[in-house]
Design a protein around this ligand. Sequence first.
Ligand SMILES: NC(=O)c1ccc[n+]([C@@H]2O[C@H](COP(=O)([O-])OP(=O)(O)OC[C@H]3O[C@@H](n4cnc5c(N)ncnc54)[C@H](O)[C@@H]3O)[C@@H](O)[C@H]2O)c1
Length: 487
Amino acid sequence: MENRLLNAKATLPHYNRDALQARIVHLGFGAFHRAHQSVYADILAAEHGSDWGYCEVNLIGGEQQIADLKQQDNLYTVAEMSADAWTARVVGVAKRALHAQVDGLETVLAAMCEPQVAIVSLTITEKGYCHSPATGQLMTDHPLIVGDLQNPHQPKSAAGVIVEALARRKAAGLPPFTVMSCDNMPENGHVTRNVVCAYARAVNGELADWIEANVTFPSTMVDRIVPAVTADTLDKIEQLTGVRDPAGVACEPFRQWVIEDNFVAGRPEWEKAGAELVSDVIPFEEMKLRMLNGSHSFLAYLGYLAGYQHINECMEDDNYRRAAHALMLKEQAPTLKVKGVDLAHYADLLIARYSNTALRHRTWQIAMDGSQKLPQRMLDSVRWHRVHQRDFSLLALGIAGWMRYVGGVDEKGQAIEVCDPLLAVIQSAVNNSAQGEARVRALLGIDAIFGRELPKDATFVAQVQKAYQTLLEKGAKATVAQYAAAL
Ligand SMILES: NC(=O)c1ccc[n+]([C@@H]2O[C@H](COP(=O)([O-])OP(=O)(O)OC[C@H]3O[C@@H](n4cnc5c(N)ncnc54)[C@H](O)[C@@H]3O)[C@@H](O)[C@H]2O)c1
């Protein structure tokens, strides 16, 4: 039976899909991977004869995405949307789709141990690394890690699964694979290395030595705004292509990928599809995390509190737009080491991307998991400003916005659905403190987020207290207007 998706009004995978090999096992078949790394591989297969295919895996959550993909011969649609044009492509590079809890962990591990596997890549969200966001180190008391260390041959965490697969490859005399994180974390390769090696060492010292000597963990900077898929997104894709695709995803036209060129078993020629292969990704990662993700979080908390559901609505408020732009250029750009990039142009481009009215990127989605995001998006920059004695009032306002948001009640008295892996710790700080100064002190006391030093810095604490108090007295919209007026 011919696949419905091959009749879609879209760019179709006319290349020989049978010639593809599952040389990359990807953990985290979420919206982002579908619209980013897979599109690069699809372009390489379509335009450059590449045989690099994917085995798509979800370990925790996302059962439906894997089921949907299997249902349609591993094909799915990616729609690029801007205010004036929508285009679609059917991506054909997935060879297999597996879910650890549906197909069984053994099937996943066997797929990772196939001889041709050269890369295991990840988009498992920041919390999937089971690390302390403040230090980048593995949390050995994390429930998933505690469980995996008791039962290392039946792991559940991403680190546990990677280490077990590497152990089996070593035992079978197979070469190792490269482990490549594509999650939004500073030095994502170093964090992944730390987490995998620390976990391996707790399992078996000799295995850890082998991994340290033979496996590489390149860092990457990934960029493409891919909002969570809604029924509305799927309707729009169907209108565009004529085919209903439950695995479809929509994203902005822009895409960027900077990759540290450090692979132990080969890699696709990603540069032919527009990626940049470099020796040091960190300056690019910092730029993106602080200017893009930092301003996104600022808009997410303060926008949500003001009743803006989507980022483009924030851009329609002149004060929010000016504040976000100033945050990028006055408080994030000076902290960066990146060379040869016109940061003023980059900031203008970001504002234009945020203003895309076709992109319904929810403030609530960006606001989630704040404990995992604040350190690299805002706190590292605050530390820079404290050392250099510079103004960081917009960063302080963003942090105060997070505090107001995790308080769990919006400005109209409605409950906020706060999602965060540290929710229990955050709620305990909120519930055991009075509103106002004490609340700020209690939240600053969460050292997995703020570390030990910043909360002792009187200037930092005073700035956050001032912003928080203004938010309480005036509300988010008027507070952002007040900060924007002072620019
Ligand atoms: N969406 C974007 O615009 C965007 C842009 C740049 C980078 N990213 C990165 O990609 C990540 C995923 O974003 P998304 O939009 O695909 O989200 P998503 O919710 O669509 O997918 C999340 C994926 O993570 C997996 N996952 C969640 N918790 C896990 C855990 N504890 N262990 C293992 N796997 C786990 C799920 O199975 C799923 O495949 C983000 O957290 C970010 O680091 C996203």
